[in-house]
Design a protein around this ligand. Sequence first.
Ligand code: C2E
Ligand code: MG
Ligand code: MG
Ligand code: MG
Length: 287
Amino acid sequence: AAKASGKASWARFEPRMHSEVVNHARLGSELHNAIIRHELELAYQPVFDLVTGLMAGAEALVRWRHPVRGLVSPADFIPVAERSGLIVPLGSWVLREACEQLAKWHAEYGAAAIRSINVNVAARQLRESGFVDEVAAVLSDTGLIPANLVLEVTESSVLDGRQVRDTLQALHELGVRLALDDFGTGQSSLSLLRAFPVDVLKLDKSFVDGICDGEDRGRLAVAAAVAQLAEYLDLYAVAEGIETAAQAERLREMGYRLGQGYFMAKPLPPAEMAELMIRTVLPVTAA
Ligand code: C2E
Ligand code: MG
Ligand code: MG
Ligand code: MG
């Protein structure tokens, strides 16, 4: 009887599974063309210094302008790209485009430009044996130095095994900084922070959402603990997904020097980003 009902539930489940597979396959093949047809764009979300209010950097976030579907969210196509392996060429495009854009800003605005750019990197990219060479080549082609680049990786991709660990170590030795994205949501183990050359902790938005909610002591506790941890380990702490002045203020009090969120700025097209940048970056003055 158990077997029969198992079968029956499969029979009911199958059509939905099938259509999902077909959808993803279609999205996957369209995504393949998207790279060739130049349908991908980058938006830039500024990171602000919560103490001075000045812009401290920015994160590059990929956008897909689909000819029929319109703007497709990365939350919808990044997982598809990861499963199909398309994330590797897509990620290569993002890395090069973001570095080229930063180099242009440096050339155009000099000290009024942000110094560094954050680029998201998927586990699959880190597993490619040529990834470190690729990063080095992009930096040299664009004339950037390793300190101009911050790579954002998730805890789960860091835990992917020996090869990924060696890659992260090599990137660190090159001088590229590493940020742990969505920090607090993964299989966090504090020993991870000692075993890997991490420079930045990005507190996940889900904790920021809870900090001003008097009922939610749990998320507040995580947010506060991550700030403390960063201070003790001499890492930068960045809070992401800040939507209100109250959250920004509370995070600043907790010790977050840096923050990112709609309250300060949404991800912006390059021209709007540049406009905001030249008004809010503190020019580096000669000592
Ligand atoms: P993420 O790297 O954690 O990026 C932060 C996400 O939070 C972005 O969503 C950003 O627009 C959103 N966000 C920032 N501030 C706020 C806020 O105040 N409120 C709300 N509601 N959202 C906020 P986005 O651009 O949709 O990207 C989603 C995720 O897709 C990213 O999360 C990242 O995991 C992935 N992704 C985006 N671009 C790339 C890429 O080039 N490569 C890879 N591998 N993944 C990417
Ligand atoms: Mg990120
Ligand atoms: Mg994040
Ligand atoms: Mg996230």
